[in-house]
Write a protein that binds this ligand. Sequence first.
Ligand code: FES
Length: 158
Amino acid sequence: MSNETHEKTGMSRRDFLGLASLGAAVISSLTVLAGTFRMFKANVRYEESTKFKIGKAEEFPAGTVKKLDDKGVFILSKDDGIYAISAICTHLGCIVNQVDWGFQCPCHGSRYNEHGKVIGGPAPRSLEWLEISEAVDGSLEVDTAKSVPVGTKLKLYA
Ligand code: FES
């Protein structure tokens, strides 16, 4: 029978097994090599940081209101300090607008007072106040992952 196979395919069982083992060895070697190269690539996740700089304190004189649409944050400066309020509506996440009496969501009409407290609409929670601090280089930075109690302000001028 072996001779029949050899005659039909031109390859003996021994040759076939030899080639199969060689193929398996090559595939194993390539897998090990790929794993070795992968080891040198840093295993990091490239997510945007929740902390970002907003500029120097002198750029925020009392009365300043700055809306950072891309970050979803309002920066407000008063005589007694500077603070950050999330501009992300607590209903379904639209960006709220500042109005005379506070903030209003353009999506489903949630209304918040000037401190971000819900005063109407479907929003289940108040807007978050976010941590604002002074970085080592003197610029101010906001951390959207850290909320602070309502009324927490960073005093700019002692
Ligand atoms: S997302 Fe703001 S009210 Fe619905």
